[in-house]
Design a protein around this ligand. Structure first.
Ligand code: JD8
Length: 400
């Protein structure tokens, strides 16, 4: 049983964090996946008025939170149920902090213990940050929810704990659904529909009723591109927008592509060789003539952006009449992780003739990014022995 991620939150408004008792996070706490503890900062004051703030040195508007209550609150958190004297990562929400992003959420979701300090008023005495870093030895991160001003850190902590908590294994039942989310791979989500197929004179797009999963995947990817270009062009990367402003173009390879194709494949399979600790990979031992000859025996597609060959994939008949083999899927190292590989894969799938029932491909057993992308695209590992040592075979059933 994976140890629960511990989350401590200190605030002068502990009831503000009550929503963490609800829904997915509430369930995850009941299931022992998250151990969320909320502490009232005023419990660490000793005067009748339970004072946590005072006027700012140097003058100015508003009040500043006093250091002593914070110091005692942090001591309490570190002492509670911590025989191994472990140290949490301290996250302090603040409008001037590093932006909170899905990437940071994923990073923090791997931490065993997070502590959140909710400031109020004008903020917290600066010496508390120094004390936490230098005296308590904590990693302290000031993180901002966004470029607008809130009255305190509580709302930010609610959002951060939800975004982080839902990435903890087991919190979201169907981890698959995590993969296709906005910001997960840099693109916004595609439009979604449910019954009835016709509502208020409006129809569900026909492709979604077709059962053709290749076509559905292609439509959804195009929708994600279009929405991202319209609403968040800042998220669109080189792989989606060519330097010359045109979109990436996928076309059938020609002999003229061979030199660039050979270089690209060599570069990409050096990466695979490192990841899988083997040089026994055909692409590393092929000559230009071998690549040129492969254009005769396979259908090779190349992707160009601004005239640069940035990706490729090839297809051929598979191990049986109704099997289609997809191979040599590669993307220029500097453009990886932005969806071009998925586009090339969907393109390769879409070229499979009718009658094809399965799509087969191989990749390195330790090629984690490739495996994630293929599983996301619907491929499943099969225990068929791959033709290359250290490789695995993945198959995708093609819907009728
Ligand atoms: C923590 C005090 C209020 C902020 C004077 C208004 C985050 N994205 C974000 N916007 N605002 C915050 C935030 C605001 C906070 C505190 C976070 C503690 N305030 C202060 C400075 C100006 N008042 C935030 N994350």
């Amino acid at each position: 049983m994976r140890r629960a991620m511990r989350v401590d939150v200190v605030s002068i408004f502990p009831d503000y964090l009550a929503p963490l008792d609800l829904s997915l996070i509430g369930k995850a706490r009941e299931d022992g996946l998250l151990d969320v503890r909320v502490h009232d900062l005023r419990d660490f004051t000793h005067d009748r008025h339970r004072t946590v703030d005072d006027t700012p040195y140097g003058g100015g508007a508003g009040m500043v939170m006093k250091a002593q209550p914070w110091s005692e609150a942090l001591d309490h958190v570190l002492a509670q149920d911590n025989p191994s004297r472990a140290k949490p990562r301290l996250i302090v929400p603040g409008p001037g902090g590093q932006p909170f992003t899905q990437t940071l959420a994923r990073e923090l979701a791997d931490e065993p213990w997070l502590a959140f300090a909710c400031g109020r008023y004008e903020g917290i005495d600066e010496r508390v940050y120094d004390h936490a870093r230098e005296d308590l030895g904590l990693e302290v991160s000031v993180v901002s929810l966004g470029d607008y001003v809130l009255n305190g850190g509580e709302v930010a902590v609610l959002a951060m704990v939800e975004a982080i908590g839902r990435l903890v294994p087991g919190v979201i039942g169907n981890a698959e659904s995590l993969v296709e989310e906005s910001h997960e791979d840099g693109l916004l989500e595609y439009p979604i529909y449910t019954k009835p197929a016709s509502w208020n004179g409006r129809e569900v797009p026909a492709v979604l009723l077709s059962g053709n999963h290749g076509a559905i995947a292609a439509w959804r990817h195009e929708q994600r591109l279009a929405r991202t270009a319209e609403r968040r062009p800042d998220l669109l990367h080189a792989s989606h927008a060519a330097p010359d402003g045109g979109d990436v173009v996928i076309s059938a390879a020609t002999p003229g592509d061979v030199p660039e194709l050979a270089v690209l494949m060599r570069a990409c399979w050096v990466q695979e060789a490192v990841a899988n600790d083997t040089l026994d990979i055909p692409a590393l031992h092929e000559s230009l003539d071998d690549v040129r000859a492969s254009l005769e025996t396979t259908q090779t597609w190349v992707a160009r952006s601004g005239g640069r060959l940035v990706g490729a994939v090839r297809t051929s008949a598979g191990g049986s009449d109704d099997d289609w083999f997809v191979g040599r899927l590669c993307v220029a190292p500097d453009l990886q992780g932005r969806g071009l590989g998925r586009r090339l894969l969907e393109h390769a799938e879409s070229t499979a003739p009718d009658g094809i029932r399965t799509l087969t491909l191989h990749t390195g057993a330790r090629s984690t990014d490739n495996l994630r992308m293929y599983k996301k695209a619907g491929y499943r590992l099969v225990d068929t022995v791959a033709p290359i040592a250290g490789a695995v075979t993945l198959v995708k059933r093609r819907r009728r």
